[in-house]
Ligand binder design. Structure first.
Ligand code: ADP
Ligand code: MG
Ligand code: MG
Length: 902
């Protein structure tokens, strides 16, 4: 005898399990037990543990039966006693359901069998005892159908084929000239049972088991097996549910919603799962069983009268028809409705969260079959938590911890109008690269984005030169590239809707057409993108703007009350800065200056600088760039008034700025008064084998100090100009890509010397800091030395990840998806900070940096700054702030609060 307990019983207001045993009993089992304990009517049953499922996977069926047999028999005995029935008895047979139930709910992913225990003998007993022959045979044909499908595997032969059982039903209906299942007579049902069994035998070669015990064991192991079915696997992968968890099996006495017109079955929510409104709602069907409500064979009816009236109005159904054909439960069975209403109140106040319920009414008596915290939209997640807080049911901390930070993303981007999207026609599907909804007219070139008031940029792929156009466009569609393509990364940063890698899109730049399958779109045609699903729609679809108001604003205020670290934003323009500020950013953690060199005439001056053969030439070109930069900084400083702004000096390799097409090279040559050949030669000279590890970052400033001088001057002059208007900023000047103290020191000296010079010229001083990005592993290792020079650190975890793992960020698309699928990596390390590895460099950098400079200001500015688990890490290692794209600021604020509360 082993001491391990594998079966937990419940029934008659008693239970061996309870709600907090979800890991062992699964969510369904734990809550069935709990409902018994709080006096909610639940048919008795027992739960076989998730451990038993894992044990079965290891030991196989025979050994597993041996280990379970006693306890399962004992469990059935428990049901027999409570129900006063006997499993397999000819006169008074007990029927059971066998239900799956994992730790977290995986709706519809795994299998369930109802009415188990029926055979040619017991069906007669049921018919006699209930004096309802039709009901008995209806249950039997349902059982053979379900068991035949789920346990014996009689499924459609291919995805084009019909369900074999439904086919048989349809044949019979046709031959009898009837339409509805409810029109089938008892004899028809008997006929169906025979035909079903014959089909099972025919196709699977196995006879349908008559012995209830054989049926039961078959079902138990099929439920265990369903943990590993492809649907469940896919769902787990999508939701990061570990395979090791396993599923529990619930065996429960049947209650019948199909016993006639005083019986029914339904599902209900204690609040509205879409909007969060505190309105009890749901659907039910009279004389039906189990999944009938969701299966869509009959039109379900509303539970409340209010809901029913609303439903009828939307469906265009007259009051007469509604009241006679589709009455609410409230109207049809007022007594049971009242009981159900009270029960849902009781359950919600017990669980202190919105509940999703399953119930069955057997001849006027209510039974609850399931309760769980209901799935919900982001809007309802926020509203329900705030409502429960106001109702005094939960406290502030719970309200914050109930939020899924990533889900807030839904609320931070424009969304399609719900009604408009119903009519939409999908033309292509790509990757959901950057969430949100966008609708606009097609343009094929970034510099034509302004051609229409609202445009969608459609490209094979994008490049840094397209940045401005990407900014102007409402959305971006690319035919190539993955989730980390240029288009995807930049779009996410901008909070702009993007669908990438839509392979079926064929773009002809010359003719300015987009062809998908046989459909052709021209420039100026309307299309719409859903960046959250990857869908591309034909035509114009109405969208709505996001707002940080109402309860969303309130939950953010609460988050601010509890969080310990600051949240800044990565922003390169006054407009982004304003958006981020609206979302609660407390400064800029990363302002990239290179983006400022692409717009209009600037790119020309930039190219002139790069292509000059000597310092004099470069200085002349930089002279032209200075006013642009200064103006940009003034705009950003003003938008970020009173808040810190970290500006990163020029970072990318220079070849990204020069013209690669002959046409543009010729134009450039003309402008500079040199030959096209010379331009071409210079462009070729800039070629590097590995530009990301090449001549970039502080290496540029150290080889061409005049670039750093110009940038430092632009920053300091901008701050002084604003000071004269009483707008105070403390710029934080950040040197990128340093790996040695000397590299940093040389840049720092240039910055400080330039600042002194400007102070003298202007007769005015401002405060500023000089610091560095820690993104080269060596810099983290020698952080104590770096901190001798740097007044602040900002961890550039994009490059740090790239260099620590040795994964080129631009090439990772080739193997990362495979690594994720094979489980070599759990997450994309460019999205979720690799705490185990890269995290050590960060921790070391923080610790060593602060050893030299106790009050060293430290933040993070990689994409990780807006990812909840990474934010928690930053909180833990003692950073002062995280910085993320404007649209992730609220997510980071919330994640920071959760980190502080956990
Ligand atoms: P899922 O997890 O996919 O919802 P369930 O195990 O909850 O599957 O069962 C499917 C359907 O069968 C539900 O509508 C449920 O209410 C119903 N059902 C399950 N067990 C019983 C039972 N003992 N008596 C009546 N109906 C049941
Ligand atoms: Mg269910
Ligand atoms: Mg970098």
């Amino acid at each position: 005898m082993s001491k391990v307990k594998r079966v937990y019983k419940f029934g008659n207001k008693e239970a061996e399990g309870k709600a907090d045993m979800k890991n062992l009993l699964g969510g369904k089992g734990a809550n069935l037990a709990e409902m018994n304990l709080i006096g909610v009517p639940v048919p008795p049953g027992f739960t076989i543990t998730t451990d038993a499922c894992i044990e079965y996977n290891r030991l196989g069926k025979d050994k597993s039966v041996e280990l379970l047999q006693k306890e399962v028999e004992n469990g059935i005995g428990h049901l027999e006693k409570i129900m006063g029935m006997k499993f397999g008895d000819k006169e008074n047979p007990l029927l059971v359901s066998v239900r799956s139930g994992a730790r977290v709910s995986m709706p519809g992913m795994m299998d369930t069998v109802l009415n188990l225990g029926l055979n040619d003998e017991t069906v007669k007993g049921i018919a006699k005892k209930t004096e309802n022959e039709r009901f008995a045979w209806d249950s039997y044909r349902r059982f053979v159908q379900m068991y035949g499908d789920v346990v014996m595997g009689l499924k459609p032969a291919s995805k084009e084929d019909a369900d074999p059982f439904e086919e048989i039903i349809d044949e019979l209906k046709e031959s009898k000239g009837i339409e509805l299942d409810t029109e089938l007579t008892t004899d028809d049902l008997k006929e169906l049972v025979e035909r079903f069994k014959a089909a099972v035998k025919n196709i699977t070669g196995q006879g349908f088991p008559a012995d209830p015990w054989e049926q039961l064991w078959g079902a138990i192991f099929v439920v265990f097996d369903s943990w590993m079915n492809p649907r469940a696997k896919y769902y787990r992968a999508l939701n990061q549910i570990p395979e090791e968890w396993g599923t529990a099996v619930n065996v429960q006495a049947m209650v019948y919603g199909n016993m006639g017109n005083t019986s029914a079955t339904g599902v209900a929510f204690t609040r509205d799962a879409a909007t969060g409104e505190n309105i009890f709602n749901g659907e039910y069907l009279i004389n039906a069983q189990g999944e009938d409500v969701v299966a869509g064979v009959r039109t379900p009816q509303q539970i409340t009268k209010e809901g029913s009236l609303r439903w009828a109005e939307l469906a265009g159904i007259s009051e007469n028809e509604r009241a006679s054909k589709y009455p609410s439960l409230e109207e049809a069975m007022p007594g049971v409705y009242k009981e159900l209403f009270d029960t849902q109140l009781k359950l919600e106040s017990h669980y202190k969260d919105m509940q999703d319920l399953e119930f069955t009414i057997q001849e006027g008596k209510l039974w609850l079959l399931q309760t769980r915290n209901g799935k919900r939209t982001a809007a309802s997640m926020v509203k329900i938590a705030m409502d429960l807080l106001r109702e005094g049911k939960i406290d502030e901390k719970t309200a914050i911890l109930r939020q899924e930070p990533n889900k807030l993303d839904e609320l931070l981007h424009p969304v399609f109008d719900l009604n408009a999207i119903k009519e939409a026609v999908t033309v292509a599907k790509g990757l959901p690269a950057s969430p949100g909804a966008a609708t606009g007219q097609i343009v094929f070139f970034a510099d034509e984005a302004e051609k229409y008031p609202v445009s969608i940029l459609v490209r094979n792929e994008t490049s840094p030169e397209d940045l401005e156009g990407m900014h102007i466009a409402r959305g971006i569609l690319t035919a190539r590239g993955g989730m980390t393509s240029h288009a995807a990364v930049v779009a996410r940063g901008m909070g702009k809707c993007c669908v990438s890698g839509a392979g079926s899109c064929i773009i002809n730049y010359k003719q300015r057409t987009l062809t998908v399958d046989s459909k052709a779109f021209k420039e100026g045609d309307w299309i719409s993108l859903n960046g959250s699903t990857g869908e591309v729609y034909e035509g114009k679809i109405a969208t709505k703007d996001p707002e940080l108001s109402g309860d969303f604003g309130k939950i953010m205020d609460l988050a601010d009350k509890y969080r310990k670290i600051n949240v800044r934003t990565n922003a390169d323009s006054p407009n982004d800065s304003k958006v981020a500020r609206k979302f609660g950013a407390e400064g800029i953690g990363l302002c990239r200056t290179e983006h400022m060199f692409f717009e209009g005439d600037r790119i020309k001056a930039m190219r002139e600088m790069i292509l000059s053969s000597d310092e004099t030439g470069r200085r002349k070109a930089l002279e032209k760039l200075l006013p642009y930069q200064r103006e940009d900084f003034e705009g950003i400083f003003e938008a970020m008034k009173d808040l810190p702004v970290t500006i990163r000096l020029l970072d990318p390799p220079l070849h990204e700025f020069v013209p690669h097409e002959e046409e543009n090279q010729e134009e450039m040559a003309k402008e500079m008064g040199i030959s096209a050949k010379e331009v071409k030669q210079k462009v070729n000279d800039l070629h590097e084998f590995n530009p990301m590890l090449g001549h970039r970052g502080c290496r540029l400033g150290n080889t061409y100090p005049e670039i750093t001088e110009m940038q430092a001057r632009a920053i300091i002059e901008a701050a002084i100009n604003l000071k004269k208007k009483n707008i105070i900023t403390i710029p934080e000047i950040m040197i990128p890509l340093t790996g040695t103290r000397e590299e940093l020191k040389m840049q720092e000296e240039i910055v400080r010397a330039t600042a002194e010079k400007v102070f003298e010229e202007k007769g005015e001083k401002i405060e500023y800091l000089v610091g560095t990005m820690i993104e080269i592993p060596r810099a983290a290792l020698v952080a104590d030395k770096m901190a001798e020079v740097a007044e602040f650190f900002s961890f550039g975890t994009n490059d740090l990840t790239q260099m620590a793992l040795g994964y080129s960020r631009d090439d990772v698309g080739k193997f990362l998806p495979i690594y994720l699928k094979k489980g070599i990596l759990k997450n994309d390390p460019f999205q979720v900070l690799d705490q185990e590895g890269v995290g050590q460099l960060v921790e070391m950098g923080v610790e060593r940096g602060r050893k030299t400079r106790k009050d060293l200001k430290i933040g993070i500015c990689g994409e990780h700054g807006g990812e909840p688990t990474s934010v928690e890490f930053c909180h833990r290692v003692g950073m002062n702030y995280v910085s993320c794209s404007p649209f992730r600021v609220p997510i980071a604020r919330l994640a920071a609060a959760q980190a502080a509360l956990r």
